[in-house]
Write a protein that binds this ligand. Sequence first.
Ligand code: ADP
Ligand code: NI
Length: 214
Amino acid sequence: MNYIEKLTLLVQERFISEGADHDWYHIERVLKLAQYIQSNEGGDLEVVTCSALLHDISDHKLNGGKLNDNGRVAREILTKLNAPESIVERVVRIVDLVSYKGQGVADKTESLELSIVRDADRLDAIGAIGIARAFHFGGSRNRPFYDPEIAPKKHRDFAEYARDKSHTMNHFHEKLLLLFDRLETPTAKLIGRKRQSLMEDFVANFYQEWEVKV
Ligand code: ADP
Ligand code: NI
């Protein structure tokens, strides 16, 4: 088995029993989307593959609240698997920068591979699967679907965004509806358009039904 095959098994084992918002199937979809985007846009397939597999390896929602810990864990794992050093450095950088840190926090763009993996992760957060993941996330924390008294917030930093415990509809305004405009690669924008319009329809219909506008 080469190191990427070993890494795939290790990540699968780590995520298989996580909740549906963040389980192995999320990682696998991000991997497939990232590899598809790479096949159109170019970039290093090995770096894209490892970064997609490791992009949530130490997420703050799963690791007891530590922010920006992905790179440290990714380095540990890849070094143990004897991955080439040049790959390790590039992957560590990507998995540290990949995640959404709040509406008021700009994305750092520094490599095509980072843009590809970030786009793939964001595509899986929008559309039909994105809606399902959001309500699974809210449900698993027993949050209400919606509360008209609590308006969405514009988070200025990652800590403030990570602390927020609002109802699930706010998450659409604070993150999910904003992701399409932040996609960077033309291939992801093409895939994202349909997902975005489905999600916009869903949100508009949700409020109509909430108000019982029949
Ligand atoms: P990703 O894996 O795409 O980086 P996150 O780690 O931010 O995304 O979140 C994992 C999943 O949980 C996503 O589908 C996201 O929309 C959902 N999620 C995160 N925070 C919330 C929230 N406050 N309310 C509802 N869903 C959320
Ligand atoms: Ni993810």
